[in-house]
Design a protein around this ligand. Structure first.
Ligand code: FHN
Length: 452
C-alpha cells in the first residue's frame, strides 16, 4: 500500500498516531519513548499453564502454537484448570533468565502476566486462578523477575490478554467447540462487559502499582466485543496509573492483522506498532514499531517443536529491524519447571557474542539513508556515522555502496577502528577496499564517519 497513491495520507495519520505530533505532546512522547527507541532489542517471554501439557493433550499433538492448546485441543475450562495443581516450576531462577536476556544484548523483557487462558502468573487479589493460589508453587515469579530486572538494569514489562477464555463473562460459540474451551474469538455474555472491564482494570492496577512495568503489551484485542473506544479508555486508564508507561497498539483496534501497523482511517490508541512473525519490507521514518518473533514455531513451550532459527538468522533479524528504525522482540517459552529451553539459551548466547562486539551499531541507532535494499546487507545510522552491516562479503575485496555520496572522512571495521579502510567515491557511489575474508561471517560492521 505504501507504494500506492496514499503515502502522504498514510504517513500523516501514522505520524499523528505514532510520531511527530504537536510540540509539547511530541516532547512528552519522545521523552517517554527514548529508552525504548535506544534499546532496539528485547526478550518476549510466553510462560503459563500451557507449559504443563507442552503441546500435547491426551496424546493429541498439533502444528498450532503451544499456548493455544485450550483452543486447538478443545479443552473445557473444568479440564484445563486441572493443569494448575501440576504446575510447580521449582527450577525457575529469575537471575538466570534476566542474565540470559542481558548477555544476549537485550535491554528489556516483556512477560505474559495473563495470556488468553486467563491464568494469572502473578499474585492477583482479584482472582484465585493464579500461580500463588492455584498451584503447589505458591510463590510469585513476577515479583522475583521484576526485582531482578531492576537489579540488573533491564527494563521489566508485562503482556496482558484482553480475550480471556477463563473469565465467566465470556464464552465460545463455534461448531464442535465446548462453550468453555478456547477459541479464536469469545462472545461476551449479556451485560457482562462492564464486569470484565472492571476486572481487567483491577488487575492492571495491581500489575502497574506493584511491579512498575515500563511497557504494557496488550493482545487478544481482536474479539468482536472490544472496540476502539474501549481501547482509548483503557489506554487513558493505564497512562493515568503510570504517566511514562509505553502501551502497544493492541490496546485498541488499529492493528492491520499480523502486519501490525495501524489502519489509516483514524487515529488509534497505542504508542507503537506490532508486526508479528515478520519484519516490514521497509521502515516508516518517524514511526515507532516493534517486530515480535519466535525462535522456533511456538510462543509457549512445546516439547516437540524443534524448528529452531539459526543464530545467523536471529542476529540478522536484529540488524534488519534496526536498519528500518524498529525494535526486535525475540521470544522464549520456558518449560513447566521454569527453565528456558537449552536451544533458546544457546541462541541467546550466540546473539550475545555478536552484540558484545557490534552492539554500538544497533543501540540508539536508526534507519540508514538508503531507499532500496542494499545488495550485501543493511545499514544503521546516527548523525555523522553510518554503520554498514555486511552479510555477503565481496569476493573481490571491494564493497560497493551504490549511490552513496556523503563525504566520508574515516572508514574502518567496527571491530578494528585503528586500521583505516581506503575509499573511493564517484557519481556511481562509494567503493571501500576491504580485507579478503569477512572478519565476521554472520555480519561484519564497517563504520563510515561522515562530514555533516
Ligand atoms: O494469540 C497470540 C499468540 O498466542 C501470541 O501471544 C502472539 C504474540 O504476539 N500474539 C497473538 C497472536 O497474534
Amino acid at each position: 500500500m505504501a507504494r500506492t497513491l496514499r503515502p502522504l495520507a498514510l504517513i500523516l495519520v501514522l505520524l499523528l498516531t505514532f510520531g511527530a505530533t504537536g510540540g509539547a505532546q511530541r516532547t512528552d512522547r519522545d521523552q517517554r519513548m527514548q529508552w525504548w527507541r535506544d534499546a532496539r532489542f528485547g526478550m518476549f517471554i510466553h510462560w503459563g499453564l500451557y507449559a504443563v501439557p507442552a503441546g500435547e493433550y491426551k496424546g493429541q499433538r498439533s502444528k498450532d502454537i503451544g499456548e493455544w492448546i485450550m483452543s486447538w485441543a478443545n479443552i473445557p475450562r473444568a479440564e484445563y484448570v486441572k493443569f494448575a495443581p501440576q504446575f510447580n516450576p521449582v527450577k525457575f531462577d529469575a537471575a538466570k533468565i534476566v542474565s540470559a536476556a542481558k548477555n544476549a544484548g537485550m535491554k528489556y523483557l516483556v512477560i505474559t502476566s495473563k495470556h488468553h487462558d486467563g491464568f494469572s502468573m502473578y499474585d492477583s487479589k482479584v482472582s484465585d486462578y493464579d500461580i500463588v493460589d492455584s498451584t503447589p508453587y505458591r510463590k510469585d515469579p513476577m515479583r522475583a523477575l521484576a526485582d531482578e530486572s531492576k537489579r540488573q538494569g533491564i527494563k521489566f514489562a508485562f503482556y496482558y490478554s484482553i480475550m480471556d477464555w477463563h473469565h465467566p463473562s465470556q464464552y465460545v460459540k463455534a461448531e464442535g467447540k465446548d462453550e468453555t474451551a478456547g477459541h479464536k474469538n469469545t462472545e461476551m455474555r449479556e451485560g457482562q462487559k462492564p464486569v470484565y472491564v472492571a476486572y481487567m482494570k483491577a488487575q492492571l492496577k495491581e500489575l502497574i502499582t506493584q511491579y512498575d512495568p515500563a511497557v504494557l503489551w496488550f493482545d487478544g484485542e481482536w474479539v468482536p466485543w472490544w472496540t476502539e473506544e474501549d481501547g482509548k479508555d483503557l489506554y487513558q486508564y493505564v497512562r493515568g496509573l503510570k504517566p511514562d508507561i509505553l502501551i502497544n497498539n493492541r490496546v485498541g483496534k488499529g492493528r492491520k492483522g499480523m502486519e501490525g501497523m495501524n489502519k489509516t482511517d483514524q487515529e488509534y490508541a497505542g504508542d507503537f506498532g506490532t508486526p508479528e512473525q515478520r519484519i516490514p519490507a521497509s521502515g516508516l521514518s518517524g514511526v515507532d514499531w516493534e517486530s515480535c518473533m519466535t525462535m522456533n514455531d511456538t510462543w509457549g513451550f512445546k516439547s516437540y517443536d524443534q524448528n529452531w532459527k539459526s543464530v545467523e538468522t536471529l542476529v540478522r533479524n536484529v540488524i534488519d529491524t534496526a536498519s528500518k528504525g524498529g525494535n526486535y522482540l525475540l521470544n522464549v517459552g520456558p518449560t513447566a519447571e521454569g527453565e528456558i529451553p537449552a536451544e533458546s539459551l544457546e541462541r541467546l548466547a550466540g546473539i550475545g557474542t555478536w552484540m558484545a562486539k557490534y552492539g554500538e551499531s544497533i543501540y540508539g541507532k536508526t534507519a540508514g539513508p538508503f531507499k532500496t535494499q542494499l545488495p550485501w546487507g543493511r545499514a544503521t545510522s546516527k548523525t555523522g556515522k553510518l554503520y554498514l552491516h555486511v552479510f555477503n562479503w565481496p569476493a573481490d575485496g571491494v564493497l560497493n555502496v551504490p549511490g552513496y555520496s556523503a563525504n566520508v572522512e574515516h572508514a574502518y571495521l567496527l571491530a578494528d577502528p585503528r586500521t583505516p579502510l581506503t575509499t573511493e567515491a564517484d557519481a556511481a557511489g562509494l567503493r571501500i577496499r576491504v580485507p579478503a575474508a569477512a572478519p565476521d561471517p554472520v555480519a561484519t560492521v564497517i563504520v563510515l564517519e561522515t562530514k555533516s
